[in-house]
Write a new protein. Structure first.
Length: 318
């Protein structure tokens, strides 16, 4: 296990280095000049050149990348060209909001998706399967931004069940904080639950048709025990894989939801930074999200051996 973990850590570190190169090059390829944006469009060339020299943009790209990577290893992600605030402080202030929203939304997705998937697999060919498939298809087809706007109009404005915008930290006020995050988490979670429902249904349908399940039924094992002890347990590999991919996507893809509900998360920070050409912030945010995605996938790989002991750390079955 230790050898497998070290191997995966090495792979993750290499992936992070390659991702940092891609992020650095992609940011430099964007149109616009941060020095011009910082100095002002009407600034004279000498002022713009002085700003470029102060930001280190007049140096060759390999030198800029090495300095950026060296500072990033020490936790220094640069300074915002728009506000002058260290980027690390901005990320520490906004990332917890996005993580709370992503975890809450994933809890909703797992609860709704796995429940609907189990019902669709158990009641194949009957109305619960048709209803679960119809709901998942609808959730996959409806854009998140449109669903969020409708939720604000009807559930917040007309009915007053949820606040239309704002954020309260669950660490300061647990009940009120969860109340403010409930509607955006429901919008994000229901959208991602559709993928979980379809994957859980497909995996459980194959498992419940296997020979060992038919043998268990023939020996008199109850239907509930068969479904949860054999069907759902053997489908957890698929569920954990999808949850890992979806959670990484939630952290990086909550831009629209945070914008609709005015949540001060990392998605809103990224969007504001793109509009103002605050490239150090965009660069650091993308790198942090990439690192989060890599860490989540590493944890998923480790969980495989915990969920299914037949999976060896070498990647082969016993």
């Amino acid at each position: 296990m230790a050898r497998h973990l070290l191997h995966r850590l090495w792979q993750s570190a290499l992936t992070l280095v390659l991702a940092s190169i891609v992020v650095f090059a992609g940011i430099r390829a964007l149109p616009g000049d941060p020095a011009t944006a910082m100095a002002g469009e009407e600034a004279d060339p000498a002022t713009i050149q002085a700003v470029r020299a102060r930001l280190g943009l007049d140096q060759p790209l390999p030198v800029q990348y090495l300095k950026f990577a060296g500072r990033a290893l020490t936790g220094d992600l640069g300074v915002s060209t728009r506000t002058g605030t260290p980027v690390g402080e901005l990320i520490r202030a906004t990332l917890p909001v996005t993580v709370q929203l992503a975890v809450y939304a994933m809890a909703v997705a797992v609860l709704a998706g796995t429940t609907a998937g189990v019902l669709a697999a158990v009641f194949r060919g009957r109305w619960p399967e048709w209803a679960a498939n119809a709901l998942s298809l609808t959730a996959l087809s409806v854009p998140t931004f449109w669903l969020g706007i409708l939720a604000v109009l009807y559930l917040s404005v007309h009915l007053g069940w949820f606040p239309a915008s704002g954020y309260v930290s669950p660490f300061d006020h647990p009940v009120r904080g969860l109340y403010y995050l409930t509607l955006p988490a429901l919008i994000l979670g229901l959208t991602h639950s559709a993928v979980l429902q379809r994957q859980t249904r497909a995996s459980m349908t194959g498992t419940l048709s296997a020979d060992f399940v038919r043998t268990a039924r023939a020996k008199g094992l109850g239907g509930t025990a068969v479904v949860f002890r054999y069907g759902l347990r053997n489908s957890l590999i698929v569920v954990v894989t999808v949850v890992g991919l979806q959670l990484g996507g939630l952290i990086g893809g909550a831009v629209v939801t945070e914008r609709i509900f005015t949540l001060p998360g990392i998605g809103k920070l990224t969007l504001d930074s793109v509009f103002t050409r605050d490239y150090p912030v965009v660069q650091a945010v993308v790198l942090v999200i990439t690192a989060s995605y890599i860490v989540i996938n590493l944890l998923v790989d480790v969980l495989y051996t915990v969920i299914d002991p037949r999976i060896r750390v070498s990647g082969r079955s016993r």
